[in-house]
Design a protein around this ligand. Structure first.
Ligand code: ACM
Length: 526
């Protein structure tokens, strides 16, 4: 009798059949054309050297284990997986389902299957099981801010692979901010020439900035390749261009799209909410749609995020030009400029077959943007309001899923933005809390946020993400909370996989000495 290893997220149904299938040197894949390559690609890391589909391997030592793959009748993202003496069988609903099945297969093969390369001498075996599985929530997302601190491309690939092993299927890439513009726009090269870097960085309690230039951007080809890689891992990348606020980097490059009396002093070096916003005249609308047109060429996601958060109206209220503009557009006041803007973009995107996503401010003051997806970050109340108004909603509440907050109240945590969200709090989240029965279908899913003001390196991002993202993946997959006491041993077992991969996760008992920060990156007492 074997024991099936802990699987995270836990499948809907997993029957332990007893017995073990020893994997031979060769696994032959039988299935529709194209599947072999997909499986090889997905398994190509840790167990790749053993679980490599080489149907015509040169003089194999053993009879190959046969992996039979076929499409079957399962809900979206779902799959069936069985292992017995006759081999391995996968039945998948769709591409995402196939990817999910293979991720489960890796987890069944033991932590070594998560190594980046083949561990010499390892000969994985699989327990005899029959698994039937499908996700409860369609949007199992993680947001990453690559604007406050740039994430090198190689680390983004890594980030995608680590999400995929948790069956996360959306990476929301926050590409623009006051502190940096990361998306190459061919028609407006100054956006990256000027907007992609800042002269230094200043945390609020520092007397001055560190005078260390910080920056970087991604070319369109780099992002296209990343989109393809993510797709092969079952992940859709949802790009965000944050508008019409949070645009200091844009205005540093192109002050002509702002208000002459209210322009930023270059790309921002510190954090906050800035009053310098777009002046929404026809020229700015052309700029915005030009940028979005290039964005659509790179990202094939059905959803396009246009921000909408934290756009103060002071500039417009103080501007004669803005008041005239609002009147010309038939609006009662400048306060209607942002709803008008969102509605313009919603319809422009819809004409191109895409759906607008925005932070929950897009429905403030009962603004009407029918068909827009609302991302609820100021708690879940705006999301519940949006559901009642007929919107699809992604719950991304700051109180539970802002992973830039401290992972505990321990004074040794490395510096974070403030507040704390232990993994147990993530585990206890019920995505459907407060949702009326007849509005449940509107809840697309949930999403964790990694804002990077204080996540200054890829290691810090990993520390903030894990294990809280592993926990969120469990909640999203099951569509309900998980009891932290029951989950703890499962989480501990799962962390062995991340350890094999070398992920800089936070151990359940607290940070390791070199994870505590220090110097300027020490926790500050509040
Ligand atoms: C946000 O945290 N400003 C969406």
């Amino acid at each position: 009798m074997t024991t099936v290893p802990t699987l995270v997220p836990e499948p809907r149904e997993c029957i332990d059949l007893g017995g073990t299938l020893q994997l031979s040197d060769v696994v032959a894949v039988a299935g529709p054309a194209g599947i072999t390559a997909t499986i090889a690609d997905l398994l190509g890391e840790g167990i790749g050297a053993i679980l490599l589909p080489r149907s015509v391997a040169a003089s194999p030592e053993h009879e190959p284990v046969v992996l039979t793959v076929d499409q079957g009748d399962h809900p979206p993202g779902g799959y069936g997986l069985s292992v017995d003496d006759s081999g391995i069988t996968i039945e998948y609903a769709d591409h995402e389902g196939l990817v999910n099945a293979v991720q489960t297969l890796r987890q069944l093969a033991g932590p070594a299957a998560f190594s980046r390369g083949h561990v010499p001498g390892s000969r994985p075996s699989l327990p005899h099981v029959r698994i039937t599985d499908a996700p409860a929530l369609a949007w199992r997302g993680v947001h990453l801010d690559v604007a406050r601190h740039f994430m090198p491309l190689v680390n983004l690939y890594d980030f995608v692979d680590n999400l995929a092993l948790h069956k996360i299927n959306v990476l929301h890439l926050h590409l623009t901010e006051d502190q940096g513009w990361r998306f190459e726009v061919k028609k407006y090269p100054r956006l990256t020439e000027v907007g992609s870097w800042r002269t230094g960085t200043r945390f609020p309690d520092w007397d001055e900035d560190d005078q260390v230039p910080h920056g970087g951007h991604y070319t369109q080809d780099q992002l296209r390749a990343l989109v393809g890689h993510a797709h092969s891992r079952g992940i859709t990348i949802v790009p965000e261009i944050d508008l019409p606020g949070h645009v200091s980097a844009l205005l540093a490059a192109h002050p002509e799209y702002g208000e002459p009396g209210n322009l930023p002093d270059g790309v921002a070096t510190g954090w906050g909410i800035f009053t310098e916003v777009l002046h929404l005249d026809d020229a700015a609308m052309e700029l915005v749609t030009d940028i979005l047109a290039e964005l659509l060429e790179v990202f094939d996601s059905p959803w396009i995020h246009v921000g909408g958060d934290e756009c103060p109206r002071d500039q417009w209220r103080n501007s004669e030009r803005a008041r005239t503009l609002a009147a010309e557009r038939g609006l009662a006041s400048v306060d209607e400029l942002q709803p008008w803007f969102t509605q313009q973009l919603r319809s422009w995107l819809a004409d191109r077959g895409r759906t607008l996503v925005g932070w929950d401010e897009i429905i403030d003051d009962d603004a009407q943007v029918p068909g827009a997806v609302v991302m609820s970050w100021r708690g879940t109340e705006p999301g519940l309001r949006a559901l009642a108004a007929g919107h699809q909603v992604v719950m991304a509440p700051g109180s539970t899923l802002y992973l830039d907050k401290y992972a505990s109240d321990d004074p040794t945590e490395p510096r974070a933005i403030g507040g704390h969200i232990p993994w147990e709090k993530v585990a206890s989240m019920d995505p459907y809390e407060g949702v009326e029965d007849d509005q449940r279908d509107g809840l697309l899913g949930i999403q964790a946020q990694l804002w990077s003001e204080y996540l200054v390196t890829p290691q810090r991002v990993e520390y903030a993400a894990y294990p809280r993202v592993s926990v969120m993946a469990e909640v999203a997959w099951r569509g309900g909370p998980v009891d932290p006491d029951q989950f703890r041993p499962r989480l501990a077992a799962h962390l062995e996989r991340l350890a094999v991969r070398g992920v800089n996760y936070r151990p359940l008992d607290g940070p390791l000495p070199w994870q505590t920060g220090g110097g300027r990156y020490r926790r500050i007492a509040k």
